[in-house]
Ligand binder design. Sequence first.
Ligand code: FAD
Ligand code: UDP
Length: 365
Amino acid sequence: MKFKYVIVGAGLAGLTMAERIASQLGEEVLIVEKRSHIGGNVYDSYKDGILIQNYGPHIFHTKEKKVYDYLSQFTDWRDYQHEVLSYVDGKLVPMPICIDTLNVLYGLDLDEQSMKEYIYNVKEDIDEVKSSEDVVLKNVGRDIYNKLFKNYTEKQWGTSAANLDSSVISRIPFRFNHDTRYFEDPYQGMPKEGYTKMCESMIDNSKIHVLLNTDYKDVNEYIKFDKLIYTGPTDYFYDYKFGKLLYRSLKFVSEIHSIDSYQEVGVINYPNDNDFTRITEFKKLTGQIVPDKTAIMMEYPGFDDEPCYPYPTEEYSQKFQQYKQLMDKEDNVIFIGRLAEYKYYNMDLVIKSALDKFKTHIKGE
Ligand code: FAD
Ligand code: UDP
């Protein structure tokens, strides 16, 4: 079998590339996907009539109008601004940190000015921010670190924030206002009919062929191509030549409850209690109306399930650099996405990377 373009992985990286090749160049594309469905980690499906996200809560948010406009060709949007509460000392406090977080946590009545004074007195002087722990200590001090970040991070990553790159916790802002939204990006929302429907619409083109339930290494020798677009783990691609890259994974446990509403907001974090990190209630994200029934999901971090996150420590970024030297020399392989580029990408940046690489590496602009 010969295809000019073969894509490994039907996540957003692979689907975006397939969509561009088929719609802009009119070429045939084969996508090889080892799971039984398309969408990668954004796949959603119905459980007992309720739309759940099988690989955890995904909220679309971006600063990139180009990415928002691109996806808007394939879905309408539900206007949704994500809010997260964190369960600490028996209270539910807004996350990220803002004036309301401190007021509820410590029973205070701060405003913007007095929050600045409060933080000034508790934050630590750190000259060189080297780790995720440093980021929090420098911004808000040790007590807030201990209550909201320390144990959540240890659960999520299986190591202390002191060992993690500063970029991990820098994903979370520190605010001196009453903005309790999780994200500040100008474009935010949920695909109106879900991510799977959006993904199906992206590849609704007779030139795109999808082979599910197939690891590409099992069919490699039978399929010829001019260009391979690879979105799986890099170390696997190179047969672990330089050793394994660590990927953190999650076990997702969903439950149906015979009540209308399970919790106040879509996601509640549990930094200091339970083995799971957070509980998501999907109806709160999707807006689906189902009386007297709701679906929730707990996330248990580990290393044994599908790879979800590149591991942001010095050791593994160095190991990835060894692989990167090989990747850069490949003439007919393009690497895109969270697993292949070993980057803690959100959805929008995966799509941006695919759109950019389509232009530079395939169209040759
Ligand atoms: P993936 O979705 O992982 O797709 C890669 C595909 O390749 C998979 O389907 C895999 O099965 C397939 N594959 C791998 N190896 C092989 C092989 N050997 N042969 C064949 N197929 C193979 N981003 C946001 O913007 N907002 C959020 O709220 C958000 N929440 C998240 C919550 C969780 C719990 C997680 C884990 C991620 C979240 N993300 C979020 C990030 C988002 O999931 C990713 O940015 C995006 O899905 C990555 O797309 P991808 O195509 O790079 O990778
Ligand atoms: N984090 C934390 N407490 C929280 C939420 C997040 O300590 O209540 C830390 C944790 O290390 C996490 C990182 O901040 O991995 C980034 O959080 P984000 O919500 O961006 O992670 P995501 O779930 O999107 O991967």
